[in-house]
Design a protein around this ligand. Structure first.
Ligand code: FAD
Length: 385
């Protein structure tokens, strides 16, 4: 790859693994909306899903940029990491705010692949992006929290053992600040199913194992509270920043896939007796997409280094996600145009990737909310909400 960046060895190893999961594999799953179980297992066995877990807990103790390299490479290879990326971003909350006992109990088993922490439960049908209005309540009863409420768009719950869940433990009206009164629980999904937790899959335009969750008196032991009660919003921000940076890295991978496929096709496809890529009307959009992608990649690297240094990185994580998701979408559009009619044929994998990458202008945070964050936090403009 032209811009391999740091962690070249990591990228090479991931690319070799991905070569065993070509377009046919993803196309077949896409048709059935089936989970890429073999791919996720191979990544787990190779240790890529636990690379952020410190060595003392059985992981490889690599920094966030290494995780970015893994996800970028998976996407640039034509594969999709959406089935398993959450294990990387949920680590931000667990590593920084989990107790030593919790880390000793869970991390080695997550690192060995015995347990999967692939679900992150924030979004609710009514509150949407306005997270502090979430309604799922956890009320303490003896040694348990009793959880009632509903979540939507919670991905991978059917393929995960654990879920990091954000709930209200004190009603918003009783808190001084709207960000107070929320707590993070580590929910054992295997325990909770059939004991008050109902999981309902949602079919989407791309293959993304996402679900709706209904909590009806689900009991979660108090020992599974992460950090202090009422401080959960602050803890979840670490996961959210990591999530934005990691998703941005996936978008960079998608964009690199599109630029690579378009360049290859434009060199090979001959019309009017010459390669279509000889026409500047075809080559300039490819060059523009490449420039946009590499500029966005620079912002992803900046955000990742701030995160690694434990510095505030909210704005950079947001900016990286916005730039990368727009770069991948623009590159996808360019790639379809470069391929003419063939861009629409399933067997080229471009239309599949195009559908997959569209998500990232909406999730995990939508473009408008990023613009609003930057306007108010960086530029001192008045808040609109
Ligand atoms: C496939 C998929 C997987 C997902 N996986 C997860 C997951 O695993 N865990 C999880 O917790 N969530 C997940 N999500 C949820 C995702 O993070 C939300 O969909 C996203 O944050 C937007 O929230 P919403 O859908 O409620 O949109 P809304 O908040 O209803 O917003 C709708 C639109 O209005 C705009 N808007 C809203 N308010 C304003 C405003 N004040 N100013 C300007 N524009 C505004 C938004 O930008 C958006 O474009 C997933 C979503 C999808 C589609």
């Amino acid at each position: 790859m032209m811009f391999a960046g740091r962690f070249g060895d990591v990228r090479d190893a991931v690319a070799r693994l991905c070569a065993d999961y070509p377009g046919e594999y993803w196309r077949a799953l896409d048709r059935e909306r089936a989970y890429p179980a073999e791919f996720v297992e191979a990544l787990g066995n190779a240790g890529w899903l636990s690379l952020l877990i410190p060595e003392e807990y059985g992981g490889s103790g690599l920094p966030l940029s290494a995780a970015c390299a893994v996800l970028d490479e998976i996407h640039a290879s034509g594969c999709n990491a959406a089935a398993c990326h959450a294990q990387m971003y949920t680590m931000g909350t667990l590593l920084r705010h989990g107790s030593e006992e919790q880390k000793r109990h869970y991390l080695p088993r997550i690192a060995s692949g015995e347990l999967r922490l692939q679900a992150f439960g924030i979004t609710e049908p009514e509150s949407g992006t306005d997270t502090t209005r979430l309604k799922t309540r956890a009320v303490r009863e003896g040694d348990d929290f009793v959880v009632n409420g509903q979540k939507v768009w919670i991905s991978r719950t059917e393929h995960s053992d654990l879920m990091l869940l954000l709930v209200r433990t004190t009603p918003r009206e009783e808190c001084e600040k709207r960000t107070q009164g929320m707590s993070v629980l580590l929910v054992d999904l295997r325990d909770a199913q059939g004991k008050g937790l109902t999981i309902r899959p949602i079919r989407t335009m791309m293959n993304h194992a996402t679900t709706e969750l209904f909590f009806d008196n689900v009991r979660v032991p108090v020992s599974n509270l992460i950090g202090e009660e009422g401080e959960g919003f602050r803890y979840i921000l670490d996961a959210m920043n990591a999530e934005r940076i990691l998703i941005a890295a996936e978008c960079i991978g998608d964009a690199r896939f599109f630029v690579d496929r378009a360049s290859r096709y434009a060199r090979e496809r001959e019309v009017f007796g010459r390669p279509i890529g000889q026409n500047q009307g075809v080559q300039f959009p490819i060059a523009r997409a490449h420039i946009q992608t590499e500029a966005a990649a620079g912002m992803v690297e900046r955000a990742a280094s701030l995160f690694e240094a434990g510095e505030p990185c909210g704005s950079e994580a947001n900016m990286a996600k916005l730039l990368a998701s727009e770069a991948s979408w623009a590159a996808g559009d360019m790639c379809i145009q470069t391929h003419g009619g063939y861009g629409f044929a399933e067997e080229y994998d471009i239309e599949r990737k195009f559908r997959e990458t569209r998500l990232y202008q909406v999730a995990p945070v939508s473009t408008n909310l990023i613009l609003s964050h930057v306007a108010t936090h960086e530029l001192g403009l008045p808040r609109s909400f």
